[in-house]
Design a protein around this ligand. Structure first.
Ligand code: CO
Length: 209
């Protein structure tokens, strides 16, 4: 894939393919977007958001960063979230983690990662919140998998702490979902996070609206 000219060839083929199905495909696309889903996933090159969900252009608003984090002082994710929820009025917000996540792995190691330290510390905080459960898992691989799942859950909770989500839940019943993509099998797993239950538990402390 080092040959970048191949990318432009691929693009031409893709354009021709789309136009052969619908001659006005791009004209329609240029009219605007009304995606139902905001997808927050990892930047990992193996976890291709649209591909793994089988969604077409216009169907999902996408944000990706290292280890699919929702950090309250990250202007990037907060801008994406507010735009998607308050303006595009998405119906679902998804945090999608993945097994074999390098970001989570890095946060489990005692290593100075430079500028990544403050980012990864948010994952170390997730570990600390669930230290008892995680430390009770003897198998390193299983502990790693579990931290990935718990990280998704905590990022869903971070979403629920925001005014945008609280308001959209109250006014139009927006839902938050936690998923994990298994790179080893290609399967997408719904962690079935109980959104209303978590919401009622944390609202005592985090209610804004
Ligand atoms: Co990752």
């Amino acid at each position: 894939m080092a040959d970048l000219s191949k990318i432009f060839e691929n693009n031409e083929k893709w354009v021709a393919e789309k136009l052969s199905l619908h001659p006005d495909y791009f004209e329609n696309l240029s009219k605007g977007q009304t995606p139902d889903i905001l997808y927050i996933g990892c930047s990992d090159s193996r976890v291709t958001a649209e591909d793994l969900m089988g969604v077409q252009p216009g169907e999902a608003f996408i944000h990706r960063n290292i280890a699919n984090m929702v950090i309250s002082i990250d202007l990037n994710i907060m801008s994406v979230l507010n735009y998607a929820v308050r303006h595009l009025k998405v119906k679902h917000v998804v945090v999608c983690g993945h097994y074999n996540c390098g970001g989570v792995k890095a946060a489990m190691q005692p290593a100075d990662m430079g500028i990544l330290n403050p980012w990864l510390r948010n994952i170390r905080d997730v570990y600390r919140l669930h230290q008892q459960e995680l430390n009770a898992i003897d198998d390193d691989g299983k502990r790693y998998d579990r931290l990935i799942e718990l990280n998704v859950q905590e990022q869903c909770i971070n979403l629920i702490k925001t005014a945008a989500i609280q308001e959209a839940y109250k006014t139009r019943g927006i839902t938050v979902h936690g998923w994990v993509f298994d790179v080893r099998t290609g399967k997408l797993i719904d962690l079935k996070i109980d959104f209303p239950k978590i919401l009622s538990q944390i609202m005592e402390i985090y209610r804004i609206i």
